[in-house]
Design a protein around this ligand. Structure first.
Ligand code: SF4
Length: 763
């Protein structure tokens, strides 16, 4: 019998070095780091071929974040950032995980490695199978693999006993086929990584503005007066956004940054495209930094709203856009009544800020007409995260700062096609109109019952109500909360299947039987019966564009994601009338079906071939709020945090390092925070450390507290850092074990990875 595999990264320290936090970001250091990664992973010649096509109109889309490419001219050689270069280097790595590798290394022993070490093993070259009780994966033919999955799926008592997860790398074509297969199989159990990141944005924006996506385009940054960046660290997570911020500043815009950590990328940067600027002091970005306490955002935004109201009362028409409010919105009275019920004295302590600092922010909002508010996980992963986003919308609506050039909402998505996958129907709560279209086009009865999101899917697997898990991309165990609970849930399954490019921990935490199906990467050529194919993706601003790899696939035994889905559907769905094999001969046929079933894709095949692609319709951008339940843009009433910390309790948020993208760990450094060669750290306020009797780099154990339950993560080094009192930060996935599965956001059910109550004990 195999040993039980380790669900968590090992508690091994790797030799920390602390350096001074840099004063500027990007510049030559970023270029050096990217190039050395490319050289080590892929080699110089292949690396040049790879990078010259990255994010070009004729090339392939970066598998990193969803920040948009410029509509017009792109940089000839380098239309990417340090982390984009690292992402493609990881995918095109020369390291291979072959059947011989699996014969040599047992699953249980591989699981003792860190996520970084596992990821460095490289690309999986053949489909492999782990039979029940075995500890080594073995090569299997594609036919046999599809047969095993089909048998397991068709043996279930109900299609709802299967979970079909999607990560945000999946292309539009693969995602469309995948959801079609799943719905023809008979379930809406389509959880995705969006459930864990921007679900709160989708919920809040749909309710208030009638579309679950942001309203701005990249060009809006060239026409705005004021940009507010909240709960976001673009220097690491969306680095090319710094260029947009830099350009906006040159054109006279101001920037407010609101975050518990002073992230260097937002303070100052050196344009990597401009060598002449590498040696000066860099460009300052942030004009006003508000170091808010974790989860103090609603309180902060309420104070700003109260100050706006106060000024409007003092000087009518100086703050509010009354024409916009009267014509386009609903519910301002309720908002104003609600604001009256809170005093600034009550709200202020939640923010950790002085009233003077907040007044400065309010004054900038009051005096500027066109405002863009950007946000990411620092806003979306709290119990009251939907409140956070609705409060952001309240500010924009009072200013009439939406649906016009240079103004609007900007939720910045974290994975390259996470937005496109949702557009393609990867959603556990599909709309009836969409299902009606699918039924009409494909002649089948689509399931109407809502399916399971990520949290509910884990719960169902844990209770043995779901028995088969299939992951289209991603690294489920390292991306999800409550690591040990989620591992038990996966182990309960009869079969776990992962469609992947590289080895990751989710292949090692498996069901009774397990399969890994290796697929083509974005950078690789995809050749089907009709010839070379391309796929398409949608970025954070709703631009759909093509992506075509140019490299020889790393193995002849890989299939593309659409081909895997098509062949799996053929093997599983005996009564389907869909021509699955025909659809995958030429992806134009898939795009024709998307055009026939999803609004906004008229002439898809034609428009996707235009350089740069095309914009999907966006009602909020067009100043039309008819899709909301009132037919207008809705003001809302929102709640500040209700968390009260006891003595010696701290709020913890999980963050990424600079050498990490989602669950992929490129290296062990967090250069922008001055932490080298170590991931098991906890950033703490120096005064808090003193009160606990902790010195720099003392070893501590962490315990989280939720509903009288405790969870433990051992062996972290305390690092004094600029962070508000009673706030701490750790890296994921190491600290995911502390995030309780049931601690989720109201309405969106997103795990609250940014508000975890912990205590800290010195070893
Ligand atoms: S900003 Fe995002 S999409 Fe662009 S190159 Fe960097 S990681 Fe890739």
């Amino acid at each position: 019998m195999a040993d039980k595999s380790n669900a968590q990264p090992p508690e091994k320290l790797t030799g920390i070095e602390l350096t001074e936090v840099p004063k500027t970001s990007v510049g030559p250091k970023a270029i050096g780091s990217a190039l050395s990664h490319i050289k080590n992973e892929v080699g110089v010649i292949k690396g040049i071929r790879l990078l010259k096509n990255l994010n070009q109109k004729y090339g392939f889309d970066c598998p990193g974040c969803a920040w948009p490419d410029p509509d017009e001219k792109r940089a000839f050689l380098a239309e990417y950032c340090e982390n984009g270069a690292k992402a493609v280097a990881e995918e095109a790595t020369k390291n291979k995980v072959s059947p011989l590798f699996f014969a040599t290394y047992a699953v249980s022993s591989l699981s003792k490695l860190s996520d970084y070490e596992i990821g460095k093993k490289g690309r999986i070259t053949h489909p492999v199978y782990l039979p029940e009780g075995a500890d080594h994966y073995k090569e299997i033919s594609w036919e046999a693999a599809f047969k095993i999955i089909a048998q397991e799926l068709n043996a279930l008592h109900s299609p709802d006993e299967a979970i079909f997860y999607t990560s945000g790398r999946t292309s539009n074509e693969a995602a469309f086929l995948y959801q079609l297969f799943v719905r023809q199989f008979g379930t809406n159990n389509l959880p995705d990584c969006s459930n864990m990141c921007h679900e709160s944005s989708g919920v809040a924006l749909s309710e208030t503005l009638g579309i679950g996506k942001g309203s701005v385009t990249l060009d809006d940054f060239n026409h705005t007066d004021l940009i507010i960046v909240m709960g976001q660290n673009p220097g690491t997570n969306h680095p090319r956004m710094l260029t947009a911020l830099g350009e906006a500043k040159k054109k006279g815009s101001q920037i407010i940054t609101i975050n518990p950590l002073p992230e260097v990328g937002l303070m100052n940067y050196k344009d990597p495209q401009n060598p002449l600027k590498w040696f000066g002091s860099g460009q300052d970005l942030t004009d006003l930094f508000l170091q808010v306490k974790i989860n103090g955002d609603v309180a902060l935004l309420k104070i700003i709203l109260k100050l706006m109201v106060e000024q409007e009362q003092k000087e009518p028409n100086s703050v509010f856009d009354h024409d916009f409010i009267n014509e386009k919105t609903y519910g301002i009275e309720d908002l104003l009544d609600d604001l009256n019920t809170y005093s600034i004295a009550y709200l202020l302590p939640q923010t950790g800020l002085s009233l003077k600092e907040i007044e400065q922010a309010a004054n900038l909002i009051i005096k500027n007409e066109k405002v863009i508010i950007c946000w990411a996980m620092g806003i979306t992963q709290h119990k009251n995260s939907v409140d956070n986003i609705r409060e952001i919308v309240n500010i924009l609506l009072l200013k009439g700062s939406i649906g016009k050039k240079g103004a609007g909402t900007c939720p910045v998505r974290g994975h390259s096609n996470v937005q496109g996958d949702r557009t393609m129907g990867i959603w556990e709560k599909p709309k009836h109109d969409f299902l009606d279209s699918l039924e009409k086009e494909f002649s089948f009865k689509a399931p109407r019952k809502h399916g399971l999101d990520v949290v509910n899917a884990i719960e169902a697997m844990h209770q043995k109500k779901a028995k088969v898990f299939l992951g289209m991309g991603g690294n489920f165990i390292s991306a999800t909360p409550d690591t040990e609970f989620t591992a038990e849930a996966l182990r309960n399954c009869n079969l776990t299947v992962h469609i992947s490019t590289k080895l990751n921990r989710s292949h090692l935490i498996h069901g009774k039987k397990a399969l890994i199906l290796p697929c083509l990467g974005r950078s690789e050529k995809d050749i089907q019966a009709s010839g070379e194919q391309f796929v398409s993706v949608e970025n954070s601003m709703g631009v759909v564009h093509k992506s075509q790899g140019n490299l020889k696939p790393c193995s002849e035994d890989l299939l593309s994601e659409p081909a895997i889905v098509g062949r799996l559907a053929q093997a599983t769905l005996k009564k389907s009338t869909t021509n699955w094999s025909g659809l995958i001969t030429n992806y134009d046929f898939i795009r024709d079906k998307i055009e026939a079933t999803i609004p906004g894709f008229k002439n898809y095949n034609q428009r996707v071939r235009i350089d740069g692609g095309f914009y999907l319709p966006n009602n909020a951008r067009e100043n039309n709020f008819k899709p909301t339940h009132t037919g207008k843009a809705n003001f809302s009433v929102n709640s500040p945090s209700d968390i009260v910390l006891e003595k010696n309790q701290f709020m913890m948020m999980t963050v990424r390092t600079h050498d990490q993208y989602n669950t992929t760990i490129y290296g062990l450094n967090d250069r922008y925070r001055g932490v080298l060669n170590e991931r098991r750290v906890i950033f703490m306020n120096p005064k808090d450390m003193k009160s606990l009797g902790l010195k720099k780099l003392d070893l501590v154990d962490l315990t989280s507290h939720f509903n009288n339950q405790q969870r433990e993560a051992k062996g972290f080094l305390a690092v004094p850092y600029s962070i508000p009192a009673q706030c701490t930060a750790t890296y994921f996935p190491e600290a995911n074990v502390l995030v309780p599965l049931k601690s989720t956001a109201k309405w969106s059910n997103t795990p609250t990875s940014k508000t975890i109550i912990i205590t800290i004990k010195k070893r």
